[in-house]
Design a protein around this ligand. Structure first.
Ligand SMILES: Nc1ncnc2c1ncn2[C@@H]1O[C@H](COP(=O)(O)OP(=O)(O)OP(=O)(O)O)[C@@H](O)[C@H]1O
Ligand SMILES: [Mg+2]
Length: 399
């Protein structure tokens, strides 16, 4: 028996959700920029469900970012449990409105400047789970490496501050160094850079600051503060993707990310056991509460196939699909239980990079492909209003 009646969203609630939709070129959210002239909420149906219509004005009608803004508006507004359908009415700005938006963008850039060093054109994916040991770190390094192999610049942030494993999984031991950076009064931490094919990984972990033995000393450190510092004080530079390896079983880091980088998408890793799915759905709940979008589910440690070709479902079946269905997101892949995954980790060489890496490698590469083509396509900055913004900025600077 439900104890509370569903809460119908107000226009303010919808505007608050839309503040997570960033126009990556203009570097601010679409509400601040004045790109959302109106929101209309239908009367509630018998279950308290409503339809929401959002008016969005683009700087240029044919803006290549339209598809992305559409997807982001729909998925953010749908995060409210009472929203059934989201409709967008598109409009185009006239030249006066366009100049006003440029002014606002400049103002927002100044106001929000040093929030994080993660560029607005970078897609952020946090790899999370309801419980520990399900393979978050393995998924992080394998998917990041597979994305880099496609030619992308991919940041890897090990947010597991005292249980870090990324350095070992990528075979990196170099300490991080700080350097003076133009435009900043404080030195910035330089990430460790690993070339992968045509792309590269930019890797940051407390493991590069402390030895595995001294990690314990970091226990007193407030987790979210450390992650915040990594987002603020690392010279990340331009990146297509930032993949964050989340620590097990804590909501703190998720809340911190929701505050600092509300456009973060979560990918939830679960094992095939139906009991694990229940725990994992708690992670999705937490995401919903902090208004982060869950972009997909990965089932890890799926059936093990022995040398004779026989498959064994050691950890049960169906958990990944059940969780994906429950949240209403795609199941991005089922990574089989395969000794090569662990061996690749021990050798510091993600199995997704080895051409004969076996079935797990194939699944990791397919997940990367889905991220590129569907889940979080890279943001192409070459079109639209970015050049316009630069021109306006130049005009202002001359004045
Ligand atoms: N598909 C797989 N096949 C075989 N072994 C795997 C697979 N995925 C992960 N493992 C192994 O399981 C162990 C746990 O994996 P991993 O460290 O990636 O999990 P985690 O969720 O990051 O753990 P924690 O919660 O402690 O951070 C590791 O030893 C790893 O090598
Ligand atoms: Mg881990």
């Amino acid at each position: 028996m439900p104890t509370t009646s569903p809460v119908v969203p107000t226009r303010d609630d919808i505007f608050a959700l839309l503040r997570a939709v960033v126009d990556p070129e203009l570097g601010a959210d679409i509400v601040t920029l004045g790109m959302v002239p109106d929101v209309v909420i239908s009367p509630a149906d018998s279950t308290g469900g409503v339809d929401v219509t959002v008016w969005v004005k683009l700087t240029i009608g044919g803006c290549p970012l339209r598809a992305q803004i559409k997807k982001d508006v729909e998925s953010r507004v749908a995060l409210h449990p009472q929203v059934r359908n989201v409709r967008i009415e598109w409009g185009e700005m006239n030249s006066d409105e366009r100049s006003e938006v440029m002014l606002k963008a400049r103002w927002a850039a100044r106001e929000n400047a040093p929030d994080t060093e993660v560029s607005q054109s970078c897609r952020i994916l946090a790899i999370a789970s309801g419980k520990g040991g399900v393979g978050k770190s393995s998924v992080t390094v394998n998917v990041a490496a597979a994305l880099a192999a496609q030619g992308f610049v991919v940041g890897v942030l090990d947010a597991d501050i005292w249980g870090f494993s990324v350095p070992r999984l990528l075979g990196i031991t170099d300490r991080l160094e700080a350097q003076a950076v133009e435009g900043s009064d404080r030195p910035k931490i330089m990430p460790n850079i690993v070339k992968v094919g045509a792309g590269e990984l930019k890797v940051v972990s407390t493991g590069f600051l402390v030895n595995e033995d001294t990690a314990l000393m970091w226990r007193g450190l407030i987790l979210t503060k450390a992650v915040e510092q990594f987002l603020r004080d690392v010279a990340w530079g331009e990146m297509d993707y930032l993949i964050i390896d989340m620590p097990p079983g804590t909501g703190d880091v998720q809340m911190g990310l929701a505050r600092m980088l509300p456009r973060t998408d979560l990918i939830i890793v679960t094992t095939p056991a139906l009991a694990a799915q229940k725990v994992a759905s708690r992670a999705a709940d937490m995401a919903r509460r902090s208004f982060l979008r869950v972009a997909g589910v990965i089932e890890n440690m799926s059936s093990f196939t022995c040398d004779h070709g026989e498959s064994y479902a050691l950890f049960g079946v169906g958990g990944g699909q059940a969780l994906a269905d429950e949240i209403g997101v795609p199941l991005l892949g089922q990574v089989p239980l395969e000794p090569a995954v662990g061996a690749g980790g021990d050798a510091g060489m993600p199995v997704s990079l080895s051409p004969d890496g076996g079935a797990a490698a194939v699944v990791f590469r397919s997940i990367a492909q889905q991220i590129i083509s569907d889940i979080a396509p890279p943001i192409n900055m070459s079109g639209c209003s970015a050049r316009m913004l630069a021109a306006v900025a130049a005009a202002f600077d001359k004045a």
